[in-house]
Design a protein around this ligand. Structure first.
Ligand SMILES: [Zn+2]
Length: 146
């Protein structure tokens, strides 16, 4: 009985929450959101409004997130396990390099250079155009001692 009552209460609650207002985090423009989840928080609604907003700051933020995603994917491609099981760094170091992408993107540091082995160096930095560049340098040394 008690359980049935709870369910009814929830249904009517859902009817009341048809749309909620979200506000762009940058310009404050509001947008009516039809949440799939009736318990959506204001913060989640604001995130959706920000994602949909066309103001320059919201666009810039989306571009930045796109760059972050692509840069992290590039780190994985270049240093993660490749075809044939080739692996340049271990999982922990891979996370470290991904964290370095965040620091570079947020402009906390200009570049991060990691010597991952005797011969391989990873460098992550921002280009003049504001893109993130992932470099893998492999040095080979050839010496003859006579
Ligand atoms: Zn906005």
């Amino acid at each position: 009985m008690g359980r049935e009552h709870d369910r009814e209460g929830r249904v009517s609650e859902m009817d009341n929450v048809e749309t909620i207002l979200g506000a762009c985090r940058f310009c404050g423009q509001t947008k009516a959101i039809h949440p799939l989840n009736p318990y959506m928080t204001d913060e989640e609604a604001d995130a959706i409004a920000t994602e949909d907003c066309d103001c320059p700051a919201a666009k810039f933020q989306r571009e930045k997130e796109g760059k972050r995603e692509r840069a992290k994917a590039a780190v994985k491609t270049k240093f993660g396990p490749g075809e044939g099981g080739e692996r340049w760094v271990n999982e922990e170091t891979l996370h470290f390099l991904e964290a370095a992408v965040d620091l570079v993107i947020e402009e906390q540091v200009e570049s991060v250079q990691v010597k991952v082995s005797h011969t391989v160096t990873a460098k992550i930095h921002l280009t003049g155009k504001g893109n993130v560049k992932i470099e893998k340098t492999k040095t080979t040394k050839s010496a003859i001692e006579a």
